[in-house]
Design a protein around this ligand. Structure first.
Ligand SMILES: O=C(NC/C=C/[C@H]1O[C@@H](n2cnc(C(F)(F)F)c2)[C@H](O)[C@@H]1O)c1cc([N+](=O)[O-])cc(O)c1O
Ligand SMILES: [Mg+2]
Length: 214
């Protein structure tokens, strides 16, 4: 049977990256997506902005919505302080299976909890299931029409504290207009746009960083 793109991406990691070396895993995926097959990873250009925000926040608890193949999971987890935890939600079991292997190849299993299922099912349960109080950082990179409803769920279940940071991918392309309007107009957020490009292309895209003011 035919392989899938995520499976071919995983093979490229296993072939070209060094086990236990997250940067080589990131490099191998970016090379594959630039020269072989485009895939919807945050990519190297927006990835550098992601890295700078993670480093600035220095989070002990991170929630990622949308694991896909684990590219941003590896970028974030490789920058976390010891004992920090990254919970990443993935709806598609085939993507989750690939992501687990990418995360393992990077040697980051200890820092990452990959949870399979829907955000609407899991966000209400994260506190009790994982002993989380609040998230220091939330990275949104899943279905674009879910950014706003899931942000409201995250607020409703008390998962943010004063100073928690939301970082959203694709606010221009494919675009998340209702989410952008919300975080930019709400008195509960201080938002900032980081202009960049859609991964591996010259098309404009960017990340929106929104600090929860409580
Ligand atoms: O559609 C895009 N991304 C959608 C990404 C979706 C990914 O998020 C998962 N998910 C769904 N719900 C959850 C949760 F967490 F709720 F459980 C997780 C889906 O299974 C999928 O792996 C996209 C598209 C383009 N593009 O150029 O078309 C570029 C990009 O960077 C993109 O991110
Ligand atoms: Mg994206």
């Amino acid at each position: 049977t035919q392989s899938t793109r995520p499976q071919r991406l995983l093979s490229a990691v296993q072939k070209n990256a060094t086990r236990g070396d997250p940067r080589s895993v990131v490099k191998a995926i970016d090379h594959f997506c630039r020269h072989k097959e485009w895939a919807m990873n945050v990519g190297d250009e927006k990835g550098c902005i992601l890295d700078s925000v993670v480093t600035e926040v220095n989070p002990h608890t991170v929630l990622e919505l949308g694991t896909y193949c684990g590219y941003s999971t590896v970028r974030i987890a490789s920058l976390l302080p010891p004992h920090a935890k990254l919970i990443t939600l993935e709806f598609n079991p085939d993507y989750a299976a690939v992501a687990r292997q990418v995360i393992a190849w990077a040697g980051l299993e200890e820092k990452v909890q990959l949870v399979e299922g829907a955000s609407s099912d899991w966000i209400p349960k994260l506190k009790e299931q994982f002993g989380i109080q609040t998230f220091d950082l939330v990275f949104l990179d899943h279905w674009k029409d879910r950014y706003l409803p899931d942000t409201k769920l995250i607020e409703e279940f008390g998962l943010l504290r004063k100073g928690s940071v939301l970082l959203a991918d694709n606010v221009i392309c494919p675009g998340t207009p209702d989410y952008l309007e919300y975080v930019r107009s709400s008195p509960q957020y201080k938002s900032q746009y980081f202009k960049s490009h859609l991964e591996y292309t010259k098309v404009e895209d960017g990340l929106e960083k929104s600090v929860f003011l409580g």
